[in-house]
Each structure stands twice: as structure tokens, then as C-alpha cells.
Design a protein around this ligand. Structure first.
Ligand code: A3P
Length: 311
């Protein structure tokens, strides 16, 4: 697999002082590990029809969606004081297709089909996911905030201070489609187009809407993934409890998410805190020049003007 990856076109990010390399496969830029995982999943993964996939472009709210889905499906087993989310990074509660294939296959052997998350583009999903008519939840976030979030995430991963990682270059590269799982717009468009053909199999959640109205979005999510809240649960405030447990304020203040490591045993282990930066809508305003705003608005219009998905 490693050999195959090395034959793909490569791009080393100069704004990250050449510490980060991406590989192009099926018109998508990937980090080496993700690409290896994608190829393995495409080769061998067999989806179960009851499996739900939580799909996202990186930095669009994946961690939040995973926390919510986990809290929803385990709410009878745990309450707010016993939830594993209090001591476990949400990424370690929901398996990731590109990295956790063995664990997912083990779950299958035990007839256990919890949600699975993925950053794969729709057209790159293992065929059995589409053939089995699996439900897909897609979370998306406005491109400007995704760029800023991505900039800080990868910059921190390669341990570069802001002064050594020029934002303008990161911005230009992202707008050329070169970022982990980029191009951003192809990711969204793939899922959006597929949803037009089979709307009942898709739930689109918009990060910004989830922030302004978490309760009804959590309700929609629970219904869609087959765990609707009962009237009694609603009266007892269960939706509010889950929303609070999974809020940025709660999760980012937990010790595990402040000082723990994700996949600590791996060479590419990531500090959990990097998944929780500030979760502010419109943070891009602190980074974009007028010229950048003009460029990106044009790009968004050109690439996604035909959809109603992105502001
Ligand atoms: P910022 O970098 O703008 O703060 P992903 O989970 O897809 O990697 O996305 C990470 C982004 O989601 C980060 O955005 C992070 O702060 C934000 N985030 C993490 N947990 C969140 C939560 N519980 N609620 C809202 N946003 C959250």
C-alpha cells in the first residue's frame, strides 16, 4: 500500500516548511495515512445496511458530530455523569473508516453496527456503502472558517508558530484545492449531488445552524440515525442534556481533551486539544484581507453557486 501511495503525484506544503506532504489520488489530495486507509477500505470493506456513515470534510465539525451521535445512541446506557465522553476523545468513541478498519470488522463479527465516520469523498466511498443503501449524515461548514481551522490544525501538528507559517500561502493553496481531502468544494458537491438522487438516505447538517439551533438539529440527527427521542425523554430534558454534554464549552474543558493524546501509540499521534480551538463562527474575519474575501467569494460562487449549501 505504501509503495502504491508513493507513485501518486505529491505536493509538499512550503508554507509548512515542507513538513507536510499530500498525495493525489482520484483527484483528491490526501495525507499518506488517510490514503492508505482509503485504499484498504475500498479493497475490503463490506458495509452493513444498518450502518450509518458520518461524513465530513476535515475541520467542518466532525468531532462534534461524533460526540452527538455517540451520546444519542448510548443514552440509555449512560447518563451525563457516566458518559465515556467525559473521559474519551469523541474520535475514540466512533470508529474512523480510514484508520479503524480492523475494529469495524470486529464489530461486524459481533453483529455490532455503530456509526462509522469518514472524510472520504462520496465517489471514493467503498462501493458496498452505496450498494447497501446506508444512511449518510453529512456535516458541512462555511469554507472561510474551515480554512482558518485547517490552517491552525496542520500548523500545530507540524509544530510551527504562526509567524513561521504564512496564512496567505495556506489560503492560496486551499483555494487551489490542495489540502487534506481537498478540494473542499468537490467534497461537498459529491455528497450534495448524490443526495439529489436519493434524498431519503441523506441528512445534511450545517455547522452554523447547529450552533444557532442545537436542539432541533440534535432531534433531526437522532431521528435520522434511528434513535428518536420519546415524548417522555423530551419532557425530561434529555435533548438539552446531550446538547450540553457535547457542547464545545463542556468538551473542550474536560481534562482528557485538554491534555490527552489521540492515537498515542502512533508516530503521528495528535494532541486532543487540537480538535478544540475556539469554535467561533466568523473567525475568518480576523485573518482575511479584502483581496482574499473577493477571491474566495468568487470561488464559492463559481464552484458552489448552484447549491443552497454554503453561505
Ligand atoms: P475551530 O478551529 O474553528 O475552532 P473537526 O472536528 O471536523 O476537526 O472540526 C474542528 C472544528 O470544530 C474546530 O473549529 C473545533 O474547535 C470545532 N469544534 C470541536 N468540537 C466542537 C463542539 N463540540 N462544538 C462546536 N464546535 C466544535
Amino acid at each position: 500500500m505504501e509503495e502504491m501511495v508513493k507513485t501518486c503525484p505529491q505536493h509538499t506544503c512550503s508554507w509548512l516548511k515542507n513538513r507536510f506532504t499530500l498525495y493525489k489520488h482520484e483527484e483528491v489530495w490526501n495525507h499518506q495515512e488517510f490514503l492508505e486507509g482509503k485504499l484498504l477500505a475500498q479493497q475490503s470493506f463490506k458495509a452493513h445496511p444498518s450502518e450509518v456513515f458520518l461524513c465530513s470534510f476535515p475541520k467542518s465539525g466532525t468531532t462534534w458530530l461524533k460526540a452527538l451521535a455517540f451520546a444519542i445512541i448510548t443514552r440509555e446506557k449512560f447518563d451525563q455523569s457516566t458518559s465515556p465522553l467525559l473521559t474519551t476523545l469523541p474520535h475514540d468513541c466512533i470508529p474512523f473508516l480510514e484508520k479503524d478498519l480492523e475494529q469495524i470488522e470486529e464489530n461486524h463479527k459481533n453483529s455490532h453496527f455503530p456509526p462509522v465516520s469518514t472524510h472520504l469523498h462520496y465517489n471514493s466511498l467503498p462501493q458496498s456503502i452505496v450498494a447497501s443503501n446506508c444512511k449518510i449524515v453529512y456535516i458541512h461548514r462555511n469554507m472561510k472558517d474551515v480554512i482558518v481551522s485547517y490552517y491552525h490544525f496542520v500548523r500545530e501538528i507540524v509544530k510551527l508558530p504562526m509567524g513561521d507559517a504564512p496564512f496567505e500561502e495556506a489560503f492560496d493553496e486551499f483555494c487551489q484545492g490542495v489540502s487534506s481531502c481537498g478540494p473542499y468544494w468537490d467534497h461537498i458537491l459529491g455528497y450534495w449531488k448524490a443526495s439529489l438522487e436519493r434524498p431519503e438516505m441523506f441528512l445534511f447538517l450545517k455547522y452554523e445552524d447547529m450552533k444557532t439551533d442545537p436542539i432541533s438539529n440534535v432531534k433531526r440527527l437522532a431521528e435520522f440515525i434511528g434513535y428518536p427521542f420519546t415524548i417522555n425523554e423530551e419532557k425530561a430534558g434529555v435533548i438539552e442534556h446531550i446538547t450540553k454534554l457535547c457542547s464545545f464549552e463542556s468538551l473542550s474543558n474536560l481534562e482528557v481533551n485538554k491534555s490527552g493524546m489521540h492515537r498515542a501509540e502512533e508516530t503521528n499521534a495528535i494532541e486532543n486539544r487540537l480538535y478544540f480551538r475556539n469554535a467561533k463562527d466568523g473567525d475568518w474575519k480576523n485573518y482575511f484581507s479584502n483581496e482574499m474575501i473577493e477571491k474566495i467569494d468568487k470561488l464559492i460562487d463559481e464552484k458552489m453557486g448552484a447549491t443552497d449549501l454554503v453561505l
